[in-house]
Design a protein around this ligand. Structure first.
Ligand SMILES: CC(C)(COP(=O)(O)OP(=O)(O)OC[C@H]1O[C@@H](n2cnc3c(N)ncnc32)[C@H](O)[C@@H]1OP(=O)(O)O)[C@@H](O)C(=O)NCCC(=O)NCCS
Ligand SMILES: [Zn+2]
Length: 222
C-alpha cells in the first residue's frame, strides 16, 4: 500500500440509497425519535411535512440500528447546524456518512463511507424555469434547456437542480454554495431513477465512480 494514502482512498466508495414513499409513514415510528427530533416533528404544520421528516429519521435509525446492532432508538444522531447550532443541519452519526432528502412522494437516505449528498425534487410543472435558470445554471446547461418545452423543460431543469443540490449537500455547504459552476473535481454525481414526476441525484466525494446499491424501504418500515 502507498504510504500516506488511507485504504479507503484506494477502494471505490460504497453507497446505499434507501427510498420510501410518503404513504409508508406510521404514528408508531415516533417512539424511536429522541426529544430533539420530536420537537422538530411537532414544529411542522403540514401532515405531509411531518411524514417526510419522520420517514427520514426512521430509515436512518433502522438502517444504522441493523448495521451497528443497536435498537433504532439508541442510534446517536447529531443534526447541529454548523451556522447557528440549532438541530436542523446535515445529519451525522459515528462511523458513517449520511444524507437525507424528501420531496413530493419520496423520502431518501444515503449511507456511505465517504461524504455523500442525496437530493430528490418533485417536478413542478409551474416553475419559472427561465427565471431560476439564469441564477442556477451554467451556459451549457441553459443552452441544453432551451431545446425543451413545457413539462419536459421542467424535468430537465429539475434534473440539473438536484445534481447541484446533491453536490452542495455532499460538501455540507447547502444552498450557500456555488450553483452555476461546474462540478468540483473529486466529486462524482449521477442521476437516480425515481419515475416521471420526480428527479433525484447522488453526489459522493470520491475520485472514482461509487458502487451504488438502491434499496426499497418498504420492508424496513413494515
Ligand atoms: C440543505 C438544503 C440543501 C436542503 O435542501 P431541500 O431540497 O430543501 O431539502 P431536502 O429534503 O433535499 O434536504 C433536507 C435535509 O438536508 C439535510 N441538511 C440540512 N442542512 C444541510 C446541509 N447544510 N448540508 C447537507 N445536508 C443538510 C437534513 O438532513 C435535511 O433533512 P431533515 O431535516 O429531515 O433531517 C437546503 O435547505 C439548504 O441549503 N439549507 C442550508 C441553508 C443554510 O445555510 N442554513 C443555515 C441556517 S442557520
Ligand atoms: Zn442553522
Amino acid at each position: 500500500m502507498t504510504a500516506g494514502i488511507s485504504p479507503n482512498a484506494l477502494r471505490p466508495a460504497g453507497v446505499e440509497v434507501w427510498w420510501a414513499r410518503l404513504g409508508a409513514a406510521r404514528d408508531a415510528f415516533v417512539e424511536d425519535l429522541d426529544p430533539v427530533e420530536r420537537g422538530r416533528l411537532a414544529a411542522y404544520l403540514r401532515d405531509e411535512d411531518k411524514a417526510r421528516f419522520l420517514l427520514g429519521v426512521t430509515i436512518t435509525r433502522r438502517v444504522l440500528g441493523a448495521r451497528f446492532s443497536l435498537l433504532p432508538a439508541r442510534v446517536g444522531l447529531d443534526r447541529t447546524c454548523s451556522e447557528c447550532g440549532k438541530p436542523h443541519g446535515k445529519v451525522r452519526a459515528d462511523g458513517v456518512e449520511l444524507s437525507v432528502t424528501h420531496s413530493g412522494e419520496f423520502v431518501g437516505v444515503a449511507f456511505s463511507d465517504r461524504p455523500v449528498g442525496l437530493d430528490v425534487e418533485k417536478v413542478d410543472p409551474g416553475i419559472d424555469v427561465d427565471g431560476v435558470a439564469r441564477v442556477a445554471l451554467t451556459v451549457e446547461e441553459a443552452r441544453e434547456l432551451e431545446r425543451h418545452d413545457g413539462i419536459a423543460k421542467a424535468r430537465v431543469f429539475t434534473a440539473y437542480w438536484t445534481r447541484k443540490e446533491a453536490v452542495l449537500k455532499a460538501t455540507g455547504e447547502g444552498l450557500r454554495g456555488e450553483l452555476r459552476g461546474p462540478v468540483p473535481a473529486g466529486i462524482q454525481v449521477q442521476e437516480l431513477e425515481v419515475g416521471a414526476d420526480h428527479r433525484a441525484a447522488l453526489a459522493v466525494v470520491s475520485g472514482e465512480l461509487p458502487v451504488v446499491r438502491v434499496e426499497d424501504a418498504t420492508h424496513l418500515l413494515s
